[in-house]
Ligand binder design. Structure first.
Ligand code: GLN
Length: 486
């Protein structure tokens, strides 16, 4: 069911918003003690807001697009009066005094916030295993990770615990978990969506975006959260098109570029390759022209990212000092000791690793060799994309090199963990919009994600291709049965 179907049912009185919310709360109670996709469930407020929407419906008022629909929010987006932890001990008692712009916009569009979702601590990770509050499990197979860092937002949609959610994507944290959980996930162009109230990780890369069951719902969420925000000077003041209008457009004549370098990679799983190339053939049948494109610097993305992102993180995370807010160690004799102990006990080991790498890369004597060099390579990656978009409209690649890996499999091997973002990071470095959508299931019954990357501010074209693909591929028809998915 799409948001449009649900809206129809709400309007005709076939179902009430309270019923929708209650059904999701029941399902959360039943499944989430296992999946752990929520850190906070907003039961009472969600139900009372649903009652309010039901009254509005009964009175015949025209209602905004997302009225009465229960959505979930990643726990790095500040929600006024509702705990926002970033899945870290250091923020375990943080209740924001303000609302992030994106959640404010969703609430104004009538959405009901059903809860805050689990994630890797400070959005650093690819498996939702670095959360201070325990890992989230993959609904398709609970021995597998849901991806990360927005694993809770992806798993909650895949398990039918909400109708859609928000995540954040710094190096792939929306697309990779969307791929692992078999849902649609989209990272907008840098500057399309406000980050005001998003707890910063790497500010030149972070973007907020939607998770949904289908492309049309993702387009609706994007529509609501997009646009210039006076509180975020990195948002760009260009009109937001009507994204839903793109969904039914034919893709005849569009040029789609297969990024060669992605398909040559030795770590690419055979069935991922097969299904994603199968996806390209399907797009060709729908009238698109498939062209091979080389982005020579694509595979340098990982090395570049793992200098830039930790550098920015080390600066952003300096604010957690045990003084202003968050966890404080009381077992200290001096200010310096208090700050060191608060940080030592409050942060988990992946976060500390990033702070150490970043501090090192930015220190005098190394900044030119590492940080500056990484920024130069970043420019080259961006130029590869610029060249590519002179030849094609959209680029196509797998979202992740493999399907969901096993819980614990990569947790002690940061290198292996980092490599799972190989195919998503370049879009962040270049600030481009990208979407992941399901294109099949592997032999183990785990979902495979296909990634489309667009030129800046061409979210509409991305949604157009994604929607035509979704309609033709009918991936959901062959989904395996599990205890945790619908
Ligand atoms: N997995 C990547 C990292 O750990 C990306 C995270 C993200 O996009 N937030 O940095």
């Amino acid at each position: 069911m799409t948001f449009a179907d649900l809206r129809q049912k709400l309007k005709s009185g076939e179902v009430s918003s309270k019923e929708l919310v209650q059904e999701k709360i029941n399902r959360i109670k039943e499944l989430d003690s296992t999946l752990n996709s929520f850190l906070t469930v907003n039961t009472d407020e969600a139900l009372s807001k649903a009652e309010y929407v039901d009254k509005q419906i009964a009175s015949g008022e025209p209602l905004p697009a997302l009225s009465g629909l229960p959505l979930a929010i990643k726990d790095n987006l500040c929600t006024k009066g509702i705990k926002t932890t970033c899945a870290s001990k250091i923020l375990s008692n943080f209740v924001p005094p303000y609302e992030s712009t994106v959640t404010k916009k969703l609430l104004s569009a009538g959405a009901i916030m059903i809860g805050k979702t689990n994630m890797d601590e400070f959005a650093m990770g690819s498996s939702t295993e670095t959360s201070a509050f325990g890992p989230t499990l993959n609904p398709w197979n609970i021995s597998k990770v849901p991806g990360g860092s927005s694993g809770g937002s992806a798993a909650s949609v895949a398990a039918g615990l909400c109708y859609g959610s928000l995540g954040s994507d710094t190096g792939g944290s929306i697309r990779q978990p969307a791929s692992f959980c078999g849902v649609v996930g989209m990272k907008p162009t840098y500057g399309r969506v406000s980050r005001w109230g998003l707890i910063a990780f790497a500010s030149s890369l972070d973007q907020v975006g939607p998770f949904a069951n289908n492309v049309s719902d993702a387009a609706e969420i994007l529509q609501v959260i997009s646009g210039k925000d006076k509180f975020d000077s990195t948002t760009v003041d260009i009109p937001v098109p009507n994204y839903s209008e793109f969904l039914s457009k034919s893709i005849k004549g569009l040029k789609i570029g297969l990024i060669d370098n992605c398909f040559e990679h030795e770590g690419l799983a055979a069935d991922v390759k097969e299904y994603v190339l199968g996806g390209a053939s399907l797009l060709e049948k729908l009238g698109a022209e498939i062209i091979n494109i080389s982005c020579p610097r694509f595979n340098d993305g990982i090395a570049t990212y793992y200098v830039i992102a930790p550098s920015e993180a080390s600066a952003n995370l300096a604010r957690y000092d045990g003084v202003k807010y968050g966890f404080r160690s009381n077992d200290a004799q001096s200010l310096i000791e208090m700050t060191s102990k608060s940080r030592a006990l409050g942060f988990g080991s992946e976060v500390k690793r990033r702070i150490l790498i970043g501090t090192y890369a930015l220190s005098a004597g190394y900044v030119d060799a590492y940080y500056k060099k990484a920024q130069q390579v970043r420019t080259l990656i961006r130029r590869d994309f610029d060249d590519a978009f002179h030849k094609v409209d959209i680029l196509l690649a797998p979202t992740a090199p493999t399907t969901a890996f096993g819980s614990g499999e990569n947790i002690d091997n940061p290198m292996a963990m980092y490599l799972s973002d190989l195919l998503t990071i370049p879009a962040n470095l270049a600030g481009l919009p990208a979407i992941s959508l399901p294109c099949g299931f592997d032999k183990l019954g785990l979902p495979i994600g296909l990634q489309l990357i667009g030129n800046v501010f061409e979210e509409g074209k991305l949604l157009q291709v994604a929607s035509q693909f979704e309609k033709a591929a009918e991936v959901y028809k062959n989904r395996p049965k599990t205890d945790f998915t619908l």
